[in-house]
Design a protein around this ligand. Structure first.
Ligand code: BYC
Length: 497
């Protein structure tokens, strides 16, 4: 079956008025009138086989010929943009979808504040803009590569379907960045688009650009923590780029954000369901002490202290993605009107220029953590990281409510900002989750209590047994409260071929 045929499956019942928005007749579905720009269309159609080659070679292992109950975007309005149906993943309709243009939009920050947004790349900011788009684009295929082996150990068909939904949407996010590169950056944009398919997560010679995207995602707990924390970095960065004065980037990121929300949902509820299964098993077995690891693990569930160590790892590795707290790159991107702050346009009582403002930055001075005021313009990465930490807390509070409800005495906490960092103020420093500055010896003695250790990883690996029967779930995870698109509990989300 060709990719084009699948529209019938995925979006067969799409009403005619929706087609007006997104043209599914084109080889590349789009709402950017691709057909009227033949050169661009040819360039993207030329890239498409390379993309499909990458998907088949580096995308999900196995299940590529299975029918997966996926949603496909059929409109960019918040109400009803999705159509659900069975699709074979390589036939997913990866398209180019931009949020609607806001007439009269002006640049909301920086030295061009108040000027009309750019519809073309401003020459003086070309290199900076291209770099940011390439970094953003690079993370998308990287995450698919990281998650490629997970289908085989899916704890249910529901979870397998969610994994594949996340994967195809990351693929679409790659298309979104490639569209910008190819349309607006000429020959070097086309070269960058190709290079995005050539770097590989974890490869020594040609790795992905950012650290966290070269880590392994070896098991489902890693996947859920990744989608909770690392996809949330995606949310924060996309939100900052959605403020951009370069309007096509803003519109692209605005639509990508609607997809990102689902990825974080998968992460938050995945961890939540793991916690629920653990607490229920503990209560049933009469185990009161969450630190009685041996007894808890015997029940085939994940002990809460291990989940805390996973949390510590993913939180800290993801925090590195914000770059150095003090960054001249970030200052320049802001002043130039290219990348704003989280929620920039709605920040009240702010001049959106940051010439005289300061921002508190935590760092280590004389063996102690201190907070120092820095020029706000240079501390934009620090600020976005702080916004991220606040955003994470909402989900962690909900996890804690589940634990509390079950009557188990345990509380998940975010580690100190400086814990286990490799980039920025805390790189090369040893900080405990509580924020004490440690010597190397102290760190070595304790870090196995704070980060997943070999024993933890072996135990998690022992739980990763496939559970591929409709309506059934692995012992360590509770069923979801509601099915995808309100489907019943025994729905066959993946028809394994
Ligand atoms: N690893 O001044 P600095 C997502 C580089 S996730 C390796 O500290 P800057 C997703 C940096 O590139 C969101 N290298 O930081 C989630 C720079 O190199 P150049 C992805 C790093 O530039 C889940 C140098 O160090 N989007 O969407 O202010 C699944 C000095 O940089 C790292 C974006 O990140 C690192 N961790 O900010 C799927 C948005 N950190 O340029 C998808 C676009 C820094 O001197 N990117 N470096 O050669 C940016 O805004 C910025 O590039 C960064 C860094 C925030 C990443």
């Amino acid at each position: 079956m060709s990719a084009e045929d699948t529209v019938g499956d995925a979006a067969g019942a799409i009403s005619a008025d929706r087609f007006v928005e997104i043209n599914y007749d084109d080889v590349i579905p789009n709402n950017v009138a691709l057909g009227s720009d033949k050169q661009l269309q040819r360039a993207l159609e030329g890239w498409r086989p390379n993309y499909l080659g990458w998907w088949n070679g580096m995308g999900p292992v196995g299940f590529q010929s299975s029918d997966v109950y996926l949603r496909t975007a059929v409109g960019v309005d918040p109400a009803g943009w999705a159509k659900f149906g069975y699709v074979k993943m390589p036939a997913y309709r990866w398209g180019i979808l931009l949020a609607p243009k806001v007439e009269g939009r002006t640049i909301p920050f920086g030295r061009h504040k108040g000027e009309p947004t750019w519809q073309e790349v401003p020459g003086e900011h070309r290199a900076l803009l291209r770099r940011l788009i390439v970094v953003q684009g690079d993370t998308e295929p990287a995450s698919v590569e990281q998650q490629r082996f997970l289908g085989a150990t899916a704890p249910s068909l529901y979870d397998m379907r969610n994994l594949f939904q996340v994967n195809v949407e990351e693929g679409r996010h790659l298309w979104a960045m490639v569209y910008l590169l190819v349309k607006y950056f000429g020959k070097d944009g086309r070269e960058e688009a190709q290079a995005l398919l050539e770097r590989q997560s974890g490869q020594i010679d040609n790795p992905r650009i950012l650290g966290a995207f070269n880590e392994r995602t070896p098991d489902w707990l890693s996947f859920f923590m990744f989608t909770f924390f690392t996809d949330r970095d995606g949310k924060m960065q996309l939100a900052a780029l959605a403020e951009s004065g370069f309007d096509p980037l803003s519109r692209t990121c605005r639509f990508m954000l609607t997809e990102e929300a689902h990825h974080m949902f998968v992460g938050e509820t995945g961890v939540q369901r793991t916690i629920e299964a653990t607490c229920a098993a503990m209560v049933k077995a009469g185990i009161k002490d969450p630190h009685d690891i041996e007894a808890v693990r015997k029940l085939g569930v994940v002990d809460l202290p291990l989940l805390q160590r996973k949390l510590n790892f993913h939180a800290s590795v993801t925090r590195d993605l914000f770059g150095a707290e003090i960054s001249s790159n970030a200052a320049e991107a802001f002043s130039a009107g290219i990348k704003g702050r989280f929620n920039e346009a709605n920040l009240k009582g702010d001049d959106h220029l940051l010439q005289d403002a300061t921002y508190p930055v935590t760092r280590v001075v004389d063996g102690k953590t201190v907070v120092e005021q820095e020029p706000a313009l240079r501390a934009l990465n620090a600020r976005l990281l702080d916004d991220f930490i606040v955003d994470c807390q909402g989900g962690i509070d909900r996890w804690n409510k589940s634990v509390e409800k079950a009557g188990v005495a345990f509380k998940f906490v975010q580690p100190h900002k400086g814990f286990n960092r490799r980039i920025g103020e805390f790189a090369g420093k040893r900080i405990s989750p509580a924020g004490e500055v440690l010597t190397e010896e102290e760190w070595k003695a304790k870090s196995g209590d704070w980060l997943p250790n070999d024993d933890d990883m072996r135990f998690i690996a022992s739980l990763m047994k496939p559970c591929h029967e409709p309506g059934k779930y692995a012992s360590w995870i509770a069923p979801p409260r509601v099915g995808v698109n309100n489907q019943p509990g025994d729905f066959e989300y993946v028809r394994i071929a």
